[in-house]
Design a protein around this ligand. Structure first.
Ligand code: GLU
Length: 442
């Protein structure tokens, strides 16, 4: 198939007839993930030479909803939560992106995460746009029945916006396969029949895909291997530190260790552990399963989250939340590679510092795209009601990740850009080409 998204492939017969309006949300309103996302976009727009109209279109969410979610608690009292769903862009297909339950969720964070989903889906060439949802709640403080009620009410409030051809949800921080089962059930019951394609990351029993739960972590390890290869190295040659030991970090630790890397440090929100020469990851996973944290693991010494980021390891994997690598600590990073398991862990200023210091950052929209790649496989399987084997899924995931990595690396080389700028240039261009090709209605 010809690569119709190469920088020179913008068809010249397609007029650029976008309205020349001011980019209303192109300027960050406050420092945080949205400011980072907007700065990244502005950089790509500048490199691509797009006009203010295109910038405004890509800087502004296509559609967003803000809902109040009342919860009747188990003790009979009521509480109110705020929830959001943002569809950043749907030019290349339905919105796609996770649902986050975290006390710090706000609309600007969801906007940033939705924008990153647009670029992520474009980098790995999925036929999706980008979306994200969030509820400002700390799920650890609520019972399963309470979380089920919150999820069902949220789903019913955003119902007109979602659907297998409109906007497809998946797990993110604070949500899991069970959350997706509740979303799917609420949506299906209201429509009158079972619609598994409205969510991905579902339990296997209701149409989930083999390999989905570990897909993000596998993708992180595939992209690390691809980055190391450029330097003539392989996974057994390197030491790794991982910040975040949730769905992404814990499986990544397992896969790195299986592949022969020395996982020297890991951390979660409660603290971290470090052992020069490598932690015993299987024993660490057993410890986490029994205690709920990496803290207290006897096979290593305690280490703080901030200290972990500055460890003298080869590969640093931030796999927790946004904005952990900032201008304050980017100068302390000793790793040669930063592979972003989390979305938006590096601020724009930190990025510049890392680039100056020769640190290779494999950006989130590429490094952690394995999750949405297998989400796509799950959606395709659900639409066809035909299920693939785990081996097929793993193979196709690896192919797609390596292909995407090669595409980004090629732009990075050709344009002499860091990987993030190359990935953004490629993805922003793919979205812009789709937008221009469709034209404006009316
Ligand atoms: N929440 C994941 C992400 O940020 C997965 C999204 C999806 O599969 O739709 O990439």
């Amino acid at each position: 198939m010809p690569d119709t998204t190469a920088p020179d492939a913008v068809p010249d017969h397609v007029p650029d007839h976008l309205p020349d309006v001011a980019p209303v949300t192109a300027r960050p309103t406050h420092a945080g993930p949205l400011a980072t996302a907007q700065e990244q976009l502005a950089g790509a727009i500048g490199r691509l030479g797009y006009d203010a109209g295109m910038h405004a279109m890509l800087a502004t969410p296509r559609r967003e909803i803000n809902v109040a979610i009342p919860l009747r608690r188990d003790d009979g009292s009521t509480e109110l939560f705020h929830g959001f769903r943002v569809q950043h862009n749907v030019s290349r297909g339905p919105g796609k992106g996770g649902l986050r339950y975290h006390p710090a969720v706000d609309v600007d964070e969801v906007r940033a995460l939705a924008m990153w989903m647009t670029w992520k889906c474009a980098v790995v060439e999925l036929p999706y746009g980008g979306a994200k949802g969030g509820v400002a709640i700390d799920p650890r403080n609520y019972s399963q029945p309470e979380l089920e009620r919150v999820t069902r009410r949220y789903t019913s409030e955003i119902m007109p916006m979602i659907g297998p051809e409109r906007d497809i949800m998946a797990p993110d921080i604070g949500t899991d396969a069970q959350t997706m089962a509740w979303v799917m059930d609420t949506y299906s019951v209201n429509k009158g029949y079972t619609i598994p394609g409205v969510v991905t990351g579902k339990p296997l029993e209701v149409g989930g895909s083999l390999g989905r739960a570990t897909a993000t972590s596998r993708g992180v390890v595939h992209s690390t291997r691809a980055a190391l290869r450029e330097a003539g190295l392989d996974l057994p040659d390197v030491s790794v530190a991982i910040q975040g030991f949730g769905k992404v970090g814990s499986h990544a630790a397992d896969f790195y260790s299986d592949a022969g890397s020395r996982v020297e440090a890991v951390s979660d929100q409660y603290g971290g552990v470090y052992r020069s020469g490598g932690l015993d990851v299987p024993r660490l996973l057993t410890h986490v399963r029994t205690t709920g944290s990496v803290v207290g693991f006897e096979g290593g010494d305690p280490i703080g989250n901030e200290e972990l980021l500055g460890l003298d390891v080869d590969v640093l994997v931030p796999a927790a939340v946004e904005g952990v690598l900032t201008h304050d600590n980017a100068g302390d990073v000793k790793a040669r590679w930063v592979v972003e398991g989390a979305n938006g862990p590096t601020t724009a200023r930190a990025d510049a510092i890392l680039a100056d210091r020769g640190v290779v950052v494999v950006p989130d929209i590429l490094a952690n795209a394995g999750g949405v790649v297998v989400s796509y496989f799950e959606w395709v399987q659900a639409q066809q009601a035909y299920w693939w084997t785990e081996a097929e899924i793993e193979l196709r995931l690896e192919e797609r990740m390596l292909h995407a990595y090669a595409g980004v690396a090629e732009v990075a080389r050709r344009e002499s850009l860091p990987m993030r700028d190359a990935a953004l240039m490629l993805s922003v261009q793919r979205v812009a080409v789709a937008h221009r090709t469709r034209g404006l209605y009316p």
